[in-house]
Every structure is written in structure tokens, then in C-alpha cells.
Design a protein around this ligand. Structure first.
Ligand code: URA
Length: 277
């Protein structure tokens, strides 16, 4: 029993905290069953001369696999995402389109779509990477430990969730909080780009390297990028200043780096103030 507890603790520490199926599946027994069911190959024989062979009907070809969600090519998924996202005229419509979109595999392991929180009319929009466990359970971005730190950072510069808009580049939790694949990011890209375009903030803050990369196409790491204003260009050509900064989850693990995030937030505060004048 204590072994089992330790094993579960080990899994949870490693981020494996969500079962993908209701019942465990023994993949080893599946492989064994397949091996037993497949007869060993007959020893190679010399082929008889073709004219001595009586005409035999050809064995029927296996039927083509039915077209399933998984069989839609990646390019088609990205194209479908672009079409749906560009057709959304409001944030509510975009949320609906995203909810109905089956092209990203992350949707099938996530519990909820995590679209946004805060005020969609705010002058400033914060963009994270992808929801974690708490966000997935509630369908709201940044409500776990890193979200609580983010709330304190908002307070420090006179903001709160009524004066900011918050979203992620990926709206579904990757299983076990793994890093989203480049394909998953590309499939979700048209949606978050449209979300920015529709929210139309005056300033963006990218929380962490993946968000900074997705918003600015920068190739440097976040420790180099942070603190320097960059630009996000929307599909319709509008340029929005972006402040790349450190992700609150990183700050929870590296408290000494909070001073850099503080500098970035002060710069954001000054720019917001200048916009209001
Ligand atoms: N980390 C993120 O990047 N986004 C969330 O919503 C929560 C944690």
C-alpha cells in the first residue's frame, strides 16, 4: 500500500496526474495477443512458372480506413483553424468556434476549454502559455499558484482582473503539463491571433518564453528578451507593443528573479500611464 502511495506521489511530482482512460489498459498483453494471433511466415518457396498457375481471384484489398479526426492532415487542421478564426466577428463567436473545433488533439485530454478571463475591453492583455491543472478544472486562466502570484503582481502596479484581459496561446491543458508541440501551437495560432485582434489591446504582456516567441517570432530565450519592448503585428497589420517578461511559475521556482519581473511591470505601468494621458 505504501509502495502504491509512493508510486502515485512520484507520478504526481512528475506531472502525471490525469488518467487518459477510465480503466487501465495493459499494452503488454495487447502486443502478446497480436504476436500469438499472427502465424509465423511460411518458408520462402521458389515461385512456379506463371503459365502453370490456374487463374485465381485476387484476394480482396482491405477497405480504406474511414476518415476519422485523426486522419485529417495537419495542414488541413491549420487551414480549418484559420478559416474558423477569421470568420469570428466577436470574442464570443471565437470562443464558440474554438469550442466546436476538433482539430487539436489537446482538446480530447483536457476537461475544459480555457478561453480567457478579465475584461475584454481592457487596454492591456496578458498572454500565458497553456492552462495547468487548476485552470483546466475550472476553465479559467491563471487561477492556480502562478495565477495567484500574477494577481499580486497586478496589484503592485494598480491593476486587477477588472482592468486586464488574460488568455493563453494554447486554450487546452497539455496532459501532465507537458510543453505544447510546435504543431499544437501552429494549430492554435489562428485562434489566439484572432483573439488579440478582436480584444484589440493597446499593450500586450507575454508571460514566459513560449508566449513571447508566439507573439513576437523572436528566437532568443526569455532571459534575453525580457524587459525590452517588442512588437506584435496582427493579421490586419496593426502593431501592438509587447513586453516579454518572466512567467510567474518560473518566479515561484526562482524567487531571486522577481526583481527583473518587477522592473518589467514598472515599465508596463509607465507605458499604460502614458497611454492614458
Ligand atoms: N500557466 C499559464 O501559462 N497559463 C495558465 O493559464 C496557467 C498557468
Amino acid at each position: 500500500m505504501s509502495d502504491l502511495r509512493e508510486l502515485l506521489h512520484f507520478y504526481a511530482e512528475a506531472g502525471v496526474d490525469t488518467p487518459l482512460e477510465d480503466v487501465p489498459v495493459n499494452r503488454f498483453s495487447q502486443v502478446e495477443a497480436k504476436r500469438v494471433a499472427t502465424p509465423p511466415a511460411a518458408p520462402a518457396q521458389r515461385a512456379p512458372a506463371p503459365q502453370q498457375q490456374p487463374e485465381r481471384p485476387q484476394p480482396s484489398q482491405p477497405a480504406p480506413a474511414p476518415l476519422t479526426k485523426a486522419s485529417v492532415p495537419d495542414d488541413a487542421k491549420i487551414a480549418m483553424a484559420r478559416q474558423l478564426a477569421s470568420g469570428a466577428a466577436t470574442l464570443d463567436e471565437l470562443r464558440e468556434q474554438l469550442g466546436a473545433f476538433d482539430g487539436c488533439n489537446l482538446k480530447f485530454t483536457a476537461k475544459n476549454l480555457v478561453f480567457a478571463d478579465g475584461n475584454p475591453n481592457a487596454s492591456i492583455m496578458f498572454v500565458g502559455e497553456a492552462p495547468g491543472r487548476e485552470e483546466d478544472l475550472e476553465g479559467v486562466p491563471f487561477i492556480g499558484r502562478s495565477g495567484q502570484l500574477l494577481d499580486r503582481m497586478f496589484t503592485a502596479i494598480g491593476l486587477d482582473r477588472t482592468s486586464v484581459y488574460i488568455a493563453n496561446t494554447i486554450p487546452w491543458r497539455p496532459p501532465g503539463n507537458r510543453t505544447p508541440t510546435p504543431l499544437e501551437t501552429e494549430i492554435c495560432r489562428p485562434f489566439f491571433e484572432r483573439q488579440i485582434e478582436l480584444a484589440n489591446p493597446k499593450l500586450l504582456v507575454a508571460l514566459g518564453g513560449p508566449a513571447a516567441k508566439a507573439l513576437t517570432n523572436a528566437t532568443e530565450g526569455i532571459l534575453r528578451l525580457r524587459g525590452n519592448w517588442k512588437t506584435h503585428v496582427t493579421a490586419s497589420g496593426i502593431e501592438i507593443p509587447v513586453m516579454p517578461t518572466l512567467h510567474p511559475a518560473y518566479l515561484l521556482r526562482n524567487a531571486a528573479q522577481k526583481r527583473f519581473a518587477w522592473r518589467d511591470f514598472v515599465s508596463v505601468k509607465m507605458r499604460l500611464r502614458a497611454l492614458a494621458e
